[in-house]
Design a protein around this ligand. Sequence first.
Ligand code: FAD
Ligand code: SF4
Length: 530
Amino acid sequence: MSSPKTIRNLIIVLGDQLDVESSAFDGFDRAKDAVWMAEVAGESTHVWTHKARITIFLAAMRHFRDALRKKSLTVHYHELDGKSSSDSLREALIAFAAKRKIDKLVMVEPGEHRVRKEIEAAARKVKIQLEVLEDQHFLCDHETFDEYLASRKQPRLEYFYREMRRTTGILIKSGKPVGGDWNFDKENRGSFGREGPPKIPSPRSFKPDAVTRKVIKLVEQRFADHPGSLERFDWPVTRDNARAALADFIENRLPHFGEYQDAMWTGEPFLFHARISAALNLKLLNPREVIAAAEAAYEKKKAPIEAVEGFVRQILGWREYVRGIYWHFMPEYLDRNELKADQPLPPFYWTGDTDMNCLRESIGQTLEYGYAHHIQRLMVTGLFALVLGVRPREVHEWYLAVYVDAVEWVELPNTLGMSQYADGGIMASKPYAATGKYIQRMSNYCVDCRYDPAEATGEKACPFTTLYWDFLHRHQKQLGDNHRMALQLKNLERKSRDEMKTIRKRAEQIRVTLTVGETRPAPSGRRRKK
Ligand code: FAD
Ligand code: SF4
């Protein structure tokens, strides 16, 4: 289809808006309207992005472009090549608009505050009206979320989630929660025991096709010094891939999802997890169809209520909740640092080069696949940064860079709020602080580690355990009013003065060893001296 001379509506489609059902296409007229998509280098370098994250976005965008063109839509697509290109969406859009006559720019609300501001700035510069549409992909709109926040003194996921269940009727029968309870945490959260996980069929793998292979080549060339590997890249990059990935999860892993949700095991990066977060965040999947598929598995008695409820809670509860928090509190949220954490991120986060087995495993698989499951993110990499006292902004930039599913609206509240308590309790009612014993209980990582999770001092002391007590000591006053911390702080008081002195000395040694004289990568990808 040839492009109209004057474009009535130019539909801007971003890399995480790959949905033909999106409201941006409502009333699309092939004779008058056109689509604009752009690959720009800045989106891969504003944080030092993992090669797999760059690849999944670009490959999915190119497949989506091709699908639209197949439907005879005009798509103006700005492809990133080996060298030149605009660095930002703002520049690319201004350059494109300068050469055309466009009546109106239309887009669905972006998933990142920064990107929204960039597009708005471009629209102002070229003096074209910009219409920003609500994102229909989500089940809770901003207004409803803000009303919920206003109605609660202390917002918490649990009540938001129940409200979502009630209003949508999901897993509700005759006004009551299906299975007789709102949550099945007691049944869930198991670990594997000595014998390890049962046999799990390998998750569905999507071998890169010609389009994806071309992107892989480009990324290897253009972003050669970026972290991560592409050797195992097999993520879903089309709607068909995404649906197949969902079906595979529902059939093979959902039945045990709840039970082993928090468990970790050496050499098992995926366990019973869905591996659909990237597909959901790119909008290749709709949360409604994901929830419906899980509900159907329950109806057909293919999965127990504990697993189905546990899974639905993640999508209907957490995923919607973090999005509400993000848009309500941005842009100030980005700079929060309630605990005044001031340490740099240890360089091993970018290499996995550490003798702490749990961190080596979790970071190693992150670099290999661009994936770690929730408990690895929260209770291994996140926990270590929390007790070490790393600057939340640096922790955020790392999480945004290294996961294939990372988009700021979901990554930021999870990192800064849930895992680092930098928002002072908006996301979590208390810091997720724990000793190495938690990791020992939920995994086999400690078995082959040179450290002992029960020890806080001495040669074999587990750095998590040492830093945990040091963390409580450092924040004793600040956390003293939080009744959910009472038990932990009481245990701290039981430590003798001498023991605490030794712990604090060792904690200081850890901090010094992890940071002094090291180089660490700058977000731009260049290495800078500390
Ligand atoms: P499963 O464990 O199988 O869960 C199913 C789905 O539920 C996920 O696909 C996801 O869409 C949703 N979900 C589960 N937990 C959460 C949560 N806490 N918040 C929002 N949605 C959730 N998720 C992202 O999608 N992008 C991120 O950038 C991201 N960053 C995170 C950073 C930190 C520090 C932490 C603790 C969590 C983060 N999460 C993020 C949430 C969660 O870890 C991932 O969604 C999950 O690991 C993705 O793997 P999966 O598809 O196998 O998920
Ligand atoms: Fe991690 Fe400590 Fe266990 Fe080693 S002993 S694996 S550092 S928790």
